[in-house]
Design a protein around this ligand. Structure first.
Ligand SMILES: Nc1nc2c(ncn2[C@@H]2O[C@H](COP(=O)(O)OP(=O)(O)OP(=O)(O)O)[C@@H](O)[C@H]2O)c(=O)[nH]1
Ligand SMILES: [Mg+2]
Length: 345
């Protein structure tokens, strides 16, 4: 059987990984084999750890986005298919990327050796981030990327409905921006609406054929406006449930696109996030085993500030914690100009 490639795009922090974990769990309960391909501009990903903890086979394309590392993406996808014979491949492109249909999905359809049914391209939207964009509170070039992401979607997923008290969720605004996209209201965490969406997209005709014009200079400027930091740090202490939000709060960056930290100590695994329009750190327990006095923390930060400032904020916060803070690795940079290997416009 030809595996279905279901690509879940959308802006940083929209809920892509949460949705992928939820979809993988629903499909596994239906007896389907699922694999996941994650993506980032640098290695050491919170997302890959989350997916692997959910018991789903995953591969990571790290160091560049799917479009710029197309051969790596196609190769990793082929390897996962050969090893696990999945019915569904779930893929998460980097949240600051756009032009996915032209540079990833259509090239895949012609790439020799990758036999896949490309499902409709789904883009996840956090209403809080959409409000920030509409209010002009994010960098104009980054907002350009955000709006283009909506325009190339076959399906828009209005996520985090559980956290919205306003009954007038911006559905009308979304249909105006992207008239031909189907819209589903979901909660990736609670699972509301997720089965209905999955049934629809897995049974649908192939997708990924929207054509959009992209100004690569503005696209590059929108990505370059973001500081990117991936770090792995060892801490020595206790009371990890309080340490993680304290670390996030001390990093204390404004205009966050997505700050996420994953802490492992013995059998305890915690993850905390702060996203555009929802700055208060939100913490979840992924595993509740007994902790030890040692913890390893992965920090992934994508923030609208220069990378040097971002690095200083993270290193300063680690020093303030006073828990040893032995940095195993740290990389801070701004994403380079996107140069897709293929573009089928
Ligand atoms: N309330 C609520 N929060 C959600 C929902 N889906 C995701 N979140 C939260 O949103 C934050 C970001 O979720 P992720 O799934 O990591 O977002 P992402 O789009 O994968 O982010 P990047 O990989 O950085 O682009 C986390 O704190 C999630 O718990 C939802 O349906 N409801
Ligand atoms: Mg993610």
């Amino acid at each position: 059987m030809t595996p279905i490639l279901l690509t879940i795009g959308g802006f940083l922090g929209a809920g892509k990984t949460t949705l992928i974990a939820q979809a993988a769990s629903i499909l596994a309960k239906r007896g389907k084999r699922v694999v996941v391909v994650t993506n980032d501009q640098a290695p050491e990903l919170v997302d890959t750890a989350i997916i692997e903890m959910a018991g789903v086979p995953a591969a990571e394309v790290a160091g560049a986005c799917f479009c710029c590392a197309f051969q790596d993406f196609a190769g990793k996808t082929r390897e996962l298919i050969a090893r696990h014979q999945p019915e569904v491949v779930l893929a998460e492109p980097v949240g600051s990327c756009v032009d996915i249909a032209a540079t990833v999905l259509r090239p895949l359809a012609v790439e020799a050796g990758t036999s896949l049914h490309v499902a409709p391209f789904c883009v996840v939207v956090d209403p809080a981030a959409l409000r920030e964009v509409e209010a002009g509170r994010i960098d104009p070039a980054t907002a350009y990327i955000y709006r283009l992401q909506l325009r190339e979607a076959d399906v828009l997923l209005l996520n985090k409905c559980d956290a919205e008290t306003d009954p007038a969720l911006p559905e009308a605004e979304l249909s105006a921006r992207c008239p031909s996209a189907a819209i589903f209201r979901i909660s990736a965490t609670a699972g509301d609406g997720v089965e209905g969406w999955l049934d629809a997209v897995l049974a649908a005709a192939p997708g990924g054929d929207k054509r959009i014009e992209v100004d690569y200079d503005t696209y590059a400027a929108g990505e370059a406006a973001l500081g990117w930091l991936n770090a792995t740090v060892d801490l020595h202490g206790s009371d990890w449930e309080n340490v993680l939000p304290r670390l996030m709060q001390t990093i204390g960056l404004r205009g966050v696109a997505h700050l996420k930290c994953l802490l492992r100590s013995g059998g305890l695994v915690l993850v905390a996030n702060s996203v555009t329009g929802r700055p208060e750190p939100h913490m979840r327990q992924l595993a509740s085993g007994t902790p030890t006095p040692d913890a390893r923390v992965i920090v992934n930060a994508r923030v609208a500030c220069p990378p040097a400032e971002l690095r200083q904020a993270v290193e300063g916060a680690l020093a303030t914690l006073g828990l040893g803070g032995r940095v195993k690795s740290i990389r801070a940079f701004s994403p380079g100009r996107p140069v897709p290997v293929h573009r089928i416009g």
